[in-house]
Design a protein around this ligand. Sequence first.
Ligand SMILES: Cc1ncc(COP(=O)(O)O)c(C=O)c1O
Length: 400
Amino acid sequence: MKKKKPKMRRNIATDVVHGKQILTDLKTRALSVPIYQSAVFTFESAEAGAAIFAKEKKGYFYTRLGNPTIEAFEDKMVYLEGGEAACAFASGMAAISGTVLSICNSGDEIIAVYPIYGCSYSFMVDILPRWGIKVIWAKSDNFLTNVRKSLTKKTKLIVIETPVNPTIDIIDIKATAELVHKNKALLAVDNTFASFYNQKPLDLGADIVMYSATKYISGHGDTVGGVVIGKQDFINYVKDYTIRDLGAIISPFNAWLLLRGLRTMAVRMEAHNRNGLEVARFLEHHPKVSRVRYPGLTSHPQYQIAKKQMLNFSSMIAFELRGGREAGRKLMNSVKLCVCAVSLGDAATLIEHPASMTHSSYSKQALKESGISEGLVRISVGIEDVHDIIADLEQALKHC
Ligand SMILES: Cc1ncc(COP(=O)(O)O)c(C=O)c1O
């Protein structure tokens, strides 16, 4: 009997380099996806143009409605994340607002985790009510109970981040999906802090995954972009209406930079994961630090959930200094290697103060209610040598 050839199983580290196929441009056999920096694609004939517009024939005609470089990025994200289809956006905020506006109508309600990234918060507080969409906040501690209390017949969508920005709380994706689906609503997960390398929300039951691709996917802090992955019908709607008519497309060059970022994602994420844990352990034992939140520490209140749903713990840490806000200010002014800056997932270690920076759109009361204290510092641990990062934090902490 002929022996069956074993099915080759590839590892994620291979997948991020090659995607589904090594050569994405089979015409030229270019190894790197070419940048199709063209707004317009010509028609062979008037009939061919009409057939493309009528969707009887596949073809490119205008970059806002389709571009080969952007599609190569979307295809690779589908391959890496799972799911049926993807749509790239100009930024993470475009991906989040585009998702919500694609799903919700006037009169619908959404439930969102509290806290949430500052601009997601202001989008939901300042913009959505103008379109008749009500937002109900569910605090991240005791999240499931809070969601259960808030679900109504009008609930269309639940939006979560996990780990939560900036408090690094962990939300149980599987349990949330089960609860939400019983109510016939959808669950969208902003997976920016974990990345697909460490967490796969679709496998845990989520309906939609959203990213600020500006962060770990880019990895180099040199481009802004976003992406949404989900069911084919949903992505068709997003492309055919939301992207087409609101127009928040990514540029071919930025999509190409994200493709380039993906190729090194495995080695970068391994370094981020390793350094994140070491820096968290260092901070946890430092006498000037009163509290550390990192999902890989057993002291994290939701460590068991993190362990269950994350493959590894990424490099986002929140911590409080005993000296409060003033000590945090001194720390950020005293670092020499770490950089005082917002954003995250960069090769460089970035340190910031959420209350006055990424979450400054929150009122004083909202900061208090959502658990973002004045003394909270957020660090995105980079891929430098971890001894250098720790030595820098150690010398800076002497000033606090
Ligand atoms: C969790 C999270 N989601 C979304 C965004 C928005 O992404 P972008 O800046 O690419 O619009 C950010 C930005 O920091 C973020 O931290």
